[in-house]
Write a protein that binds this ligand. Structure first.
Ligand SMILES: [Zn+2]
Length: 261
């Protein structure tokens, strides 16, 4: 056995040497990122304006709105207890994947959710299953992750989503159809949902009339109103229900895609 230093030790020494030599400001963040010593972040324009996105070797770690880079760095340090460094040229592959994801394509992104509980992770992973242009109630997530009574805790977990927009917590709304709270503010939730093709005013109007489900009198299946199957039902075949009990009493069964019950 020799006592030769392991490779990471050598890298760290090189890094310190770089620091002493006043390495170009753009180099150090990439080196720190590669070593897993820091997250890197950049600013990106989205439907709700310019956001800060941070990532590390585990995946995307944060999406946040802030007034300045300094504010973002402070938020990041307070929340994740790590440093993050701005980079001029984020990983091109990652930027492409994020753009495709924001456009509604089903592409896989790695997320760094290490700081969360199993429950919080389960809630966020379930929110990821909701397609663009569709919404589900908080109670749906609770039921799907087999914690039907934890509706309020689901709301809290979504409100604390460290990666809003990319993990679409904005697609989860109150069970009565109102759009509810959002990590980045309820007004922005409306803007994002509308950018994704949801008619928020109609959704709220429907809720005010007590309508919870759409059914088709040809298939005798009932859905959440934004389910892509419900949207295919034409006007004369469309029926509405105020409750699951009403739908079942009329001989309808729940859709296997949106699973409203
Ligand atoms: Zn459906």
């Amino acid at each position: 056995m020799t006592n030769s230093p392991s490779k990471p030790d050598q890298l760290l020494r090189d890094l310190h040497a770089l620091h002493d030599a006043q390495a170009p400001a753009t180099l150090a963040p990439h080196v720190l990122l590669t070593l897993g010593l820091s997250d890197a972040y950049w600013q990106m324009v989205t439907a709700i304006g310019s956001v800060f996105i941070a990532y590390n070797k585990h995946g995307v770690s944060a999406v946040h709105l802030a007034d300045s880079a300094a504010d973002f760095e402070r938020y990041f340090r307070d929340r994740f207890h790590r440093r993050t460094d701005q980079i001029d040229s984020p990983d091109e592959k990652l930027v492409k994947i994020i753009n495709r994801r924001l456009a509604g394509e089903k592409v896989d992104i790695h997320f760094d959710l290490r700081g969360l509980s199993d429950f919080e992770r389960a809630v966020l992973m379930k929110a990821l299953e909701i397609p663009r242009g569709e919404i589900r109630p908080y109670a749906w997530i609770a039921r799907e992750i087999e914690r039907p009574k934890a509706v309020r805790a689901v709301g809290t977990a979504l409100g604390n989503n460290p990666i809003p927009l990319l993990i679409p917590c904005h697609r989860v709304v109150r069970s009565d159809g109102y759009i509810g709270n959002y990590a980045l503010g309820p007004d922005r939730k409306r803007v994002i949902l509308e950018a994704e093709g949801i008619d928020v005013d109609s959704t709220v109007a429907l809720a005010e009339h007590g309508v919870r489900y759409y059914g088709s009198d040809t298939t005798h299946i009932f859905c959440y109103p934004t389910c892509r199957h419900a949207r295919r039902t034409t006007g004369k075949h469309l029926v509405t229900f105020n409750s699951e009990a009403d739908a079942r009493a009329a001989g309808y069964r729940p859709c296997k895609v949106c699973r409203p019950a």
